[in-house]
Write a new protein. Sequence first.
Length: 471
Amino acid sequence: MPITELVKLNIKQRNRQKIITVAYALAVTFAFILSLTNNSVEASVAGNERVNYLLIENNVAQNLSNPETIYPEDSIENIKNLFSTVNALVQEKQIDKAITVQKGDTLISVLNDVGLNRNEANDIFAALKKEFDPRDLKIGQKLHANYTIRSSSGEFVRLNTFVIETGIGERVVAYLNENDEFEVERQKDEMIEEVNSATGSIDGTLGASMQKQGIPSRIIHNFIAIFSYSVDFRRDVRKGDKFEIVYENYIDSEGKVIKSGNILYAALILRNDKIALYRFKNKAGNIDYYTEKGLALKKTLDRKPLAFKNARISSPFGRRYHPILRKYKIHWGVDYAAPRGTAIYAGGDGVIQAAKYYGSYGNYIKIRHNSEFSTAYGHMQRFAKGIRPGVRVKQGQIIGYVGSTGRSTGPHLHYEVIQNGRRVNPRTIKASTGENLAGRNLTEFKKVVANIKSSYSSMFAQNETPKIAKK
Ligand SMILES: [Zn+2]
């Protein structure tokens, strides 16, 4: 038996004189049921007065949104109408199809795949274009089609709605109006900004400890990234240390989290040292985290920008005997031996200056971090998706994968740090300093700090020390 849903057909007897009418109505009912070509409708009659239920295949029942009530005085016409509706619905079936855009797909090709012919596809394409630029269709984007087919043959009948998801909680919807024309509208879920706070003791990893407090994983990832310049999580963070956080969530009207927002405040209490940082967008539009006094974080470059943290140094910076050239020469970087395909991270925030095959370096990337520092990466197997000159990267972002291209004896990362145009030892670089807040920026920033302090001072630790832990 197929999945069925109950649709109640109550024939209320108001008047004994109407029993004959009811009996006649029931005869009509059975005639209709027998006339249905599809077996997915059944009926049961109690006594000779009442239709108890109709079992109708699930998708038909969904279309009969309200159980129909039929009264004896007008039952014949009502039953006729109802059953002609049921009949049509049984012969047709609605399909909901979720589509993920694949490489090479266009809006037209997707509509063709659903079953629309070229004219129909062009019609809806023209309607959609008013709200959505078809060139914006991206691989992986989610689409939904609701369309009607014939139950017996599976033949495509019509498209009812077509949805393009354009963002989290945002979509462009095309639907058939009463005149059988497509109307298109842009929809956006109402998002409510919610500010949450949490504090807790660290037991095990910081990530796991934060997860226990119900903090979303993207927020945890960002929290760790904020401190990644100034805290060595493996060395500095111990059991019993604490964290504090104030962050935003966006929820819908039912309280479901649609997306996570920004971290407004982040603090780590490492033994007696509290590092508290506040988010601030300066007049130029740059967002960064500052101490209570408006001091920027001291940022340092990653000394081992690899996903494989146990990678050993296979060749240090400086003078060495070259195994291929068989002579002594200066080695201008550090080599880390790591399995082929290990992810390589950007050593710091910056802009990709080069991503190309570069002689003995093989596949090579150079990143400019600021006026003082650049980093370079050699012998890569391949570059990460989207990495090309001009692209902005964040510290810790994957830029490529370990390989053995160029002049190389085995898979390893050759990592160079260039300071003021000179290659220096990545293992002994000194931190560069971010810009501190001053003037009007500092005045505005102090309001932000006061706001957070007044709201959360009762739950957070008081012994604040404004200095940043040294790496
Ligand atoms: Zn090397």
